[in-house]
Write a protein that binds this ligand. Structure first.
Ligand SMILES: [Zn+2]
Length: 578
């Protein structure tokens, strides 16, 4: 009888086994390898490596040059970083790319810093345009002028007697006499949004957003879907230049989602999108109405793929700090009265929902498993929101839903404590600190400014902070409104320095590492994608940026000048300097 295993068979088995071991030991070939760099991984230990290997759209290894070079095959592209710093791709927590993309298609929006520059621009426009044609500044904030004031009606009329002028500041604005004439705004018209002079009873030219609809503005130019997508593609390219590889589209709808999905299908996206959905319920808000609306949505937070995902459900709770319409903890005060034409000494700002309505919205959102967020720009609305969050939390925990407060700006000690307890994130705009902390200090005083962007206090209390710009219009990264250069933002968070060079409340400065986290891993957490991106680790998406300077060690003043020399999204180099 033959034995079941004969000697030649045994040799074959051993040979196959050795071959199998060899195959296991051999690392897979990478498509792309970066060596000789400073890889700031932003992992749990904030470790720094020398090299990284990428296969397809994924990071497969991070380590020493020697170790990573083992992943090189015949087809592998090897890039020598020559000592340059690499960070995880920047994730931006607050952008308006859809409006920004179109904002300078026809005309450049001026970057004015004084009343004189503003009036000179308006005058120039009157010479370029026919009489009666509107001159519009789409995002104008008087508190960003060195004078901290609106131009007067007389000043506007002196440079534009025959053209209607509208300086749109989102929550308030300024118009001239021609704009009033063309829009039928007369002394007799009584409207809460039309501000009138106490003595003469005549409109001052300052209007609140509730009166914007009275203006007979020219119809908005409509673009074909193709042109709109092309403009958006170019806007994303501008963002890529600053290392941005993912972004939160701050307010939109399922229609914007469809557009991004369409672009994704056409391989037009060079940044990943987390699309917030603006809740749209008309009239008096009740929970039934909100539920009815949420039932019509077939997706919730997180639905989608690694390119386009549904973000948080969003509402606008109050106005803005630059127009005196943010809802504060205390009355705005005397200085604000002069600047914004506020007469009521008890005026604290504008709030769009009653507590009852807010409770209806937030509890419905929580029941439907949405992550919820609200634009809240003053300490009063932060408190109101947290009060409602606390109540909702009683019936169903919000702790793992990653609710957030957009802007916030002013956070009291109690608010910070509550945010930490409830797991509520702070979606902050450091560029606002850079642009507006001086004006806020001037208007609200040295005491109240202490609670403005208290980043150190928040991190120490365990509150997650998310960095974003609220970029709305203009294309230049530093001159845009608001500046979307993340390195300018990081500079400001680290140095507490403003555009005017003032250092405000330096005890609230955070470290470079913490600021970088606010623009990477923290934002990955905010979108429930921390296992997918936000750090340079094996298994994560290969989204990275190679920088012009070492963000961890360069002189602090140089952080703001950093740009990306190479931006990689999903293993593809989508931007590089020549
Ligand atoms: Zn915004």
């Amino acid at each position: 009888m033959k034995s079941p295993i004969q000697i030649p068979d045994l040799k074959l088995v051993i040979a196959l086994f050795l071959l199998f071991l060899f195959a296991c030991a051999r690392v897979p070939d990478a498509d792309l390898i970066f060596v000789n760099g400073k890889i700031v991984t932003v992992d749990q230990d904030f470790s720094v490596a020398r090299a990284v290997a990428v296969s397809g759209d994924t990071i497969i290894a991070v380590g020493s040059d020697r170790m990573i070079r083992k992943y090189a095959g015949n087809e592998t592209r090897i890039i020598d970083l020559e000592g340059k710093t690499v960070i995880p791709g920047i994730i931006e927590s607050h952008l308006h790319p859809e409006s920004a993309a179109l904002s300078e298609l026809d005309e450049v929006i001026p970057d004015v810093h004084t009343i004189r520059e503003l009036l000179a621009w308006i005058k120039e426009q009157t010479m370029l345009k026919d009489k009666g044609v509107w001159i519009i500044h789409p995002k104008f904030f008087s508190t960003r002028l060195s004078e901290y004031r609106q131009p007067t009606l007389a000043e506007l009329d002196s440079v534009a007697p025959y053209n209607p002028v509208f300086l749109n500041g989102s929550f308030g604005g300024m118009i001239n006499s021609m704009a009033m004439t063309l829009s039928g705004i007369t002394v007799k018209l009584i409207h809460p949004g039309i501000i009138k002079d106490n003595e003469t009873g005549k409109p001052t030219g300052f209007i609140r957003s509730s009166a914007f609809s009275l203006l007979k503005l020219p119809p908005r130019k409509t673009l074909s879907d193709q042109d709109e997508q092309e403009a958006l593609r170019k806007m994303l390219e501008r963002y890529n230049r600053y290392g941005i590889t993912s972004l939160f589209s701050a307010n939109g709808s399922f229609a914007s989602m469809r557009m991004y999905n369409d672009m994704s299908g056409k391989k037009m996206l060079t940044a990943r999108i987390y699309q917030n959905i603006l809740l749209n319920v008309e009239g008096k808000i009740t929970k039934e109405k909100v539920i009815e609306r949420l039932r019509t949505y077939d997706r919730i937070t997180g639905s989608g793929d690694k390119w386009v995902r549904v973000g948080s459900l969003k509402i606008y709770l109050d106005g803005g700090i630059l127009t005196g319409t943010a809802y504060l903890q205390e009355p705005w005060g005397e200085k604000a009265g002069e600047i914004f034409g506020i007469e009521d000494p008890e005026y604290r700002g504008v709030v769009n929902y009653s507590r009852e309505e807010l409770l209806a919205i937030v509890s419905a959102a929580n029941e439907f498993n949405w992550s919820f967020t609200a634009h809240a720009t003053g300490g009063g609305s932060v408190d109101l929101l947290l009060d409602v969050f606390s109540e909702v939390n009683q019936s169903k925990s919000i702790n793992d839903r990653r609710f957030s407060i957009i802007h916030g700006n002013f956070f009291s000690e109690e608010a910070i404590k509550k945010m930490s307890e409830l797991g509520v994130y702070a979606n902050l705009q450091p560029a606002w600190f850079y642009k507006d902390a001086d004006a806020m200090q001037y208007i609200l005083g040295k005491e109240r400014i202490k609670t403005f962007h208290p980043n150190r206090s928040m991190i120490d209390a365990g509150v997650m902070i998310n960095g974003g710009s609220d970029h709305m219009v203009k294309w230049d990264a530093d001159a845009s409104i608001n500046p979307y250069n993340p390195f300018l933002a990081i500079y400001s968070m680290v140095t507490r320095t403003t555009e005017r060079g003032t250092v405000i409340e330096p005890s609230e400065a955070i470290t470079r590492e913490e600021a970088l986290k606010a623009y990477t891993i923290n934002n990955a957490f905010a979108s429930f994608e921390e296992s997918l991106k936000g750090s340079i680790e094996p298994g994560k998406l290969a989204d990275m940026a190679v920088l012009t300077d070492d963000i961890l060690t360069c002189p602090a003043d140089r952080i703001r000048d950093i740009e990306s020399v190479m931006t990689i999204v999903g293993g593809k180099i989508i931007y590089s300097t020549p």
